[in-house]
Design a protein around this ligand. Sequence first.
Ligand code: GDP
Length: 445
Amino acid sequence: MFDSLSDRLGSVFDRLRGRGALSEQDVRDAMREVRVALLEADVALPVARRFIDAVTEKAIGQDVLRSVTPGQQVVKIVNDELVDMLGGVETPSLNLEARPPVVIMMVGLQGSGKTTTTAKLGKLLKEKHGKKALMASLDVNRPAAQEQLAILGTQVEVATLPIVQGQQPVDIARRAMESAKLQNVDVLLLDTAGRLHVDEALMAEMKAVAGVSAPTEVLLVVDSLTGQDAVNVAQSFSGEVPLTGVILTRMDGDARGGAALSMRHVTGKPIKFAGTGEKLDAIEVFDPKRVAGRILGMGDVVSLVEKAAETIKHEDAEALAKRMAKGQFDLNDLRTQLQQMQSMGGIGMLAGMLPGMKKAKQAMQASGMDDKVLVHMDAIIGSMTPKERANPALMNAKRKKRVAAGSGTEVQEVNKVLKMHQEMSRAMKQIKKMGGLKGLGALFG
Ligand code: GDP
């Protein structure tokens, strides 16, 4: 997701950053390119326009152009506007404070991923929030939809409402409410029926179900791969039912990003979660700050560190976070990361999360390399002296030759490792300058 947008923006900003001084015209030219990139990513026209206007005004209005690092500052402004466009600095959450059973109504078109997402949320509520959940399918249109939810319920070990053949959605909703009360359920998830298109009958049904269940959350599930269509669907739904949030599915796919970037503006509602795969734990809180970071190609350091914290020994992670926060990052750190990458699912998993990794991954793929390369890189760094690892600048031609021979590789490969390290440490310094690593240390408390 966001790959091509990210590439386009990356090249615009590389050029901006590469210059010492910027004129108003430079900014306007860059913004013209950003606008095209946004439109190509399927961002709704008014949203793109507003974005460009806001960035341009801030970039040429303040003392940005006269500052020491104008390019850097423009990128920071773009970052902040992106965060805003994606929903703001607050991380969205579910409102679970109402009197139980809190009702979460899931709405959306057929095939959007609604049933799967219902089960993912059930699992999340149980495991991360310690809630007792009950799930009920009100989908009497799609054959076996109710059975599908029952099967998913068994998989995630969340109870589902027993199926009564022939019962209509509103009656199922009533029965689910009663059952939830009787069983002291904290959260009731209602998986409503989908249709292929938004139509009156569907909307009437949604309203009737909302009428009897008084949902605290009405979450619209949309498929991010459908781009502008997803936004249109969201707009039709938000006019009819009181949405409280959106869940974008298939964020693991190669959607161009338009849906995510336009959704907030069009519906006025936050994207609360992102579906990131078919597995039932593939759901993430949609954090605008992180997503903006990903789009700007600075890597999703926070996600990475969180993921790392689950896999990596506490002390290692803490030390790494401290060094990263200080902008120090030597070949020892790179090596630790390479080793951890292997235990965390390899290059594919990490690409795009780690600053500089995306380019490194592309370079690797281009030269036909795969996860085996991690082993080579490890050997290369292993053949360096401690001094060289701490200070990669020492690596002259002679030393490179020695390391290549020592690790059974070629000088070319040694160069690649050094280049990767350079790119990563540069990206980390950038993030540090932008204050993006604040709180990183706190993650490890
Ligand atoms: P519904 O008709 O809206 O209830 O859709 P389903 O929940 O049955 O999902 C349709 C298909 O999309 C299933 O094969 C799901 O596994 C798949 N799916 C749902 N969410 C995601 C996601 O976030 N990523 C991917 N890759 N697949 C998803």
